[in-house]
Design a protein around this ligand. Structure first.
Ligand SMILES: C[S@@+](CC[C@H](N)C(=O)[O-])C[C@H]1O[C@@H](n2cnc3c(N)ncnc32)[C@H](O)[C@@H]1O
Length: 400
């Protein structure tokens, strides 16, 4: 009997029904069943013992809900281990429960462990009805690392195999996929100093992890993302489902957010950028010149003060064009958001190199200020010249 069969003792009748993606071990068992069933010589297929375990975690937060996962969900076991390793450490010590060796423990150890944990949580609640095991103060202590963990785990549950994303996209092209890691987005949001009335838009939002993180981490008014390609947009839908489930488990409510499949090059998005967005993010490093023209075209009507974060500068660098020909040189200011010392690991998923993030702030008054400065300078030069010629005239007069 294989190790997998030994671990699963209950026979599942729906082993052949389509369902959520399975871990590799279970998937391989399924395909064996199908092959046997279609073989006339081999006779009826033997029933394969597959126990799908339900893994339940009681919430330890105020207003938190129970988290239900099952052993046939991709990455469910590693998600549970990470939750306990990264977040629940202090709770386990309060409950006098010894943690498992999270990096090594077998998935089969999770069921009994969770039973002990859940019983202890229930007993604690009964004894201390007013207390919470993990308070918001504890929760927010570690530079919001918990929100990063939640967003990361939601992605793990939603995308069983991230390589699908890499192989889906053609090599360096406008569609090239490459996630900005959540630490980098957190750094960007901190530097921008996001406020309650800000509205954030991710143009080309991929699997949506930046949108969910911004909705969890900030107190922003609204977050949106739009993604052209079906595959990442499909993952984004599942990512949202898992993110909401995990947030509910911790009693957290994200700010209003929305992820959509579609093209950012539309009137609806242009109007939104013009009228609502205050922070626009676009990981456009691989956008080709044609797409860059479209991107510039929809961004140049943004309100004064709109902050645009990009990985490929918006200023045109075409030969034969003066910087003044480009709106983003004439009416915006661009700075490198943060310097790197080269020691960090890559901040996007497709390269180990550090990708630079630039902040362009729309400044519609810049041309007027510059024109006023130029006029002042010209006037000063004119006066200086006049003084000079008067002085020279006087000198000549003296001599005569
Ligand atoms: C490098 S990925 C960035 C994903 C995500 N924003 C991040 O930084 O993690 C760029 C994304 O832009 C998308 N994209 C390209 N052109 C687009 C368009 N016209 N409308 C919407 N999305 C587009 C691509 O499909 C790709 O998923």
């Amino acid at each position: 009997m294989s190790k997998v069969q030994q671990n699963f003792s209950v026979v599942s009748d729906d082993a052949d029904k389509p369902g959520p993606l399975q871990p590799a071990s279970v998937r391989s068992l399924r395909s064996t069943t199908k092959r046997n069933a279609s073989s006339e010589v081999a006779g009826p297929a033997p029933k394969i013992a597959v126990k799908v375990e339900k893994w339940t975690i009681e919430s330890v937060c105020k207003n938190g809900r129970r988290l239900d996962l099952s052993s046939n969900e991709p990455n469910a076991a590693s998600v549970i281990k990470t939750l306990f390793k990264e977040i629940h450490g202090s709770v386990l010590s309060k409950l006098n429960i010894h943690p498992l060796h999270w990096d090594e423990c077998a998935d089969s150890e999770l069921g009994p462990f969770l039973k002990t944990f859940n019983n202890s949580v229930k007993a604690f609640r009964k004894k201390n009805p007013r207390d919470v095991l993990l308070s918001k103060e504890n929760w927010r202590q570690k530079e919001a690392s918990e929100f990063r963990v939640i967003c990361d785990l939601a992605c793990q549950l939603a995308i069983p195999n991230p390589r699908v994303l890499n192989t889906h996209y053609a090599g360096f092209s406008s569609g090239t996929y490459g996630e900005t890691n959540i630490e980098t987005l957190q750094k960007i949001l901190d530097l921008l100093g996001v406020k309650e009335d800000d509205v954030f838009m991710d143009l080309g939002s991929g699997i949506g992890q930046l949108v969910t993180f911004a909705a969890a981490y900030t107190n922003i008014a609204h977050v949106r993302g739009i993604e052209l390609q079906q595959v990442p947009a499909g993952f984004a839908d599942e990512n949202v489902r898992q993110f909401k489930k995990l947030m509910r488990h911790f009693g957290e409510k994200p700010r209003p957010f929305e992820l959509k499949l579609g093209d950012f090059n539309t009137e609806e998005i242009e109007t939104f950028l013009k009228e609502k967005a205050t922070i626009i993010f676009c990981n456009n490093l691989a956008f080709d010149p044609d797409l860059m023209i479209k991107l510039r075209a929809i961004l140049q009507f943004c309100n004064n003060g709109t902050k645009i974060v990009v990985t490929q500068k918006l200023e045109t660098t075409k030969k034969g064009r003066t910087p003044r020909d480009c709106f983003f040189t004439a009416s915006a200011d661009t700075i490198l958001l943060f310097e790197t010392d080269g020691s960090e690991k890559g901040n996007v998923s497709w390269t180990n190199n550090i990708v630079p993030y630039y902040l362009t702030t729309v400044d519609n008054y810049k041309p007027f200020r510059e024109a006023a400065t130029r006029a002042k300078q010209e006037e000063a030069n004119r006066l200086a010249k006049l003084m000079c010629s008067k002085k020279n005239g006087a000198k000549h007069g003296e001599k005569e």
